[in-house]
Design a protein around this ligand. Structure first.
Ligand code: ZN
Length: 411
């Protein structure tokens, strides 16, 4: 724009028709004729920190060229000169996407740039004709992935020099590629944190503290074993969204995700360790109530919780979930078996409900209630380092069995 303004200045002495012609030329390049202009409108993002769908509508068929950039992790979509009619409120940071920008980068190219919270892969990027209205839409599905998967996608794009081709199937959902020789990886998730304290016991024990203490002890025990990579979703008293906990598990290509809790339940007499896996239908009313309370964690921090985008859940994800689910079940059963030899268990110690934090599509996940802070005896045990060491040993044994049976341990 500033360049054009300068051109007008320098032509001040020219005849009126020449100025008029220049103005027409200048205007026509700012607002190209409708036949050649591309107009982008109705930008929408939906999803969470694990999976996002971005949809943008065009008045005519766009031919985008897209590619990834690292540091920070970005998806860049280049289009011919495009007029963007985008509601700025739609561009606010959401889920996996931290920042969206767009603009003209040169005389014939416009660029849309999405910056993610961490490494990701493109599951799909399609241009589709609209069914109910004129025009086309671009649909991009992104999912959180490891740095390795992101680097592989970068390498693929370098080889294909950028196109609208869908990411090769092996990279969809960040499926593990080149995992041979990689050590079994465990992500431990200390429940709650920061503004979300979780439950509190009659003796004043706060859940977010006891989960962090135990998680660190378990991590140290597993690291000392030497066969595993072990990470925690938080190392400090930080608040973390539930979907960010899942994203971190995917970032580390976790083979197993263990969320540690010590909640309260309505009946104070009830005590003992419990292992939960995810299910749409809860095993019992207590499990349902617990999942409902856990899922409120995000709201404590004033985060608007969006309904899950059903469109994002496609058949592929269902298939992977089914396999992941059977692994989660297998680990939960072996965990119950190990815990039963060292610490007290609740009746029916393997329960299930719709915990958001257990919804990674490709990471076997369990939530362990070490005990219940609503029970004074459980609270005493949780404060006892010897008791915690026994519980950590049981969990380590269950992990060893699981890692061996999936053939990933060793090294
Ligand atoms: Zn909890």
């Amino acid at each position: 724009m500033s360049r054009r303004a300068t051109r007008h200045e320098s032509n001040r002495g020219a005849p009126a028709w020449a100025v008029l012609l220049l103005l027409v030329l200048a205007c026509s390049s700012i607002f190209p004729s409708p036949a050649r202009a591309l107009e982008a409108h109705d930008y929408k993002m939906a999803g969470d920190a694990v999976r996002m769908r971005v949809v943008i509508n065009f008045d005519s068929e766009p031919e985008p060229r897209w590619f990834l950039l690292r540091a920070p992790h970005r998806l860049v979509i280049d289009l011919p000169t495009t007029k963007f009619a985008i509601d700025p409120s739609e561009l606010k940071a959401r889920g996996l996407i931290r920042n969206v920008r767009y603009g003209q980068i040169n005389g014939k190219t416009s660029r849309l740039m999405l910056e993610a919270k961490g490494p990701f892969v493109i599951d799909k990027l399609d241009i589709l004709p609209n069914e109910a209205s004129p025009g086309f839409r671009m649909v991009a599905d992104l999912s959180a992935a490891s740095q390795g998967a992101f680097e592989e996608a970068l390498a693929v794009q370098a080889a294909t020099t950028g196109s609208t081709e869908t990411t090769p199937k092996s990279e969809r959902l960040g499926l593990r590629t080149g995992r041979e020789g990689q050590r079994f990886t465990i992500v431990i998730d200390p429940g709650h944190g920061g503004i979300d304290g979780g439950a509190a016991g009659p003796g004043g024990t706060v859940e977010k503290d006891i989960t962090l203490t135990f998680a660190a002890e378990l991590r140290d025990k597993l690291r000392a074993d030497g066969r595993y990579n072990v990470f925690m979703t938080r190392e400090k008293d930080d608040f973390l969204r539930l979907d960010d906990r899942v994203r971190i598990a995917r970032e580390h290509e976790a083979d197993l995700f263990i969320s540690i809790h010590a909640d309260t339940i309505r009946l104070k007499g009830i005590r003992g360790a419990t292992v939960y896996t995810v299910s749409e239908k809860a095993s019992d009313a207590e499990a349902q109530a617990l999942a409902d309370r856990e899922n409120l964690s995000d709201q404590l921090a004033g985060i608007a919780v969006e309904e899950e985008d059903q469109q994002v859940a496609d058949i592929l994800i269902d298939l992977i979930k089914r396999e992941t689910h059977s692994f989660s079940m297998r680990f939960a059963r072996s965990l119950v078996g190990e815990l039963s030899t060292t610490v007290g268990l609740i009746n029916n110690p393997h329960r299930f409900a719709g915990f958001k934090v257990l919804k990674a599509p490709d990471v076997p996940s369990v939530l362990v209630e070490l005990g219940y802070l609503s029970n004074a005896k459980d609270e005493e045990q949780l404060k006892n380092a010897d008791w915690r060491a026994k519980a950590a040993t049981s969990i380590s044994k269950a992990i060893e069995l699981f890692a061996t049976s999936t053939g990933s341990a060793g090294g």
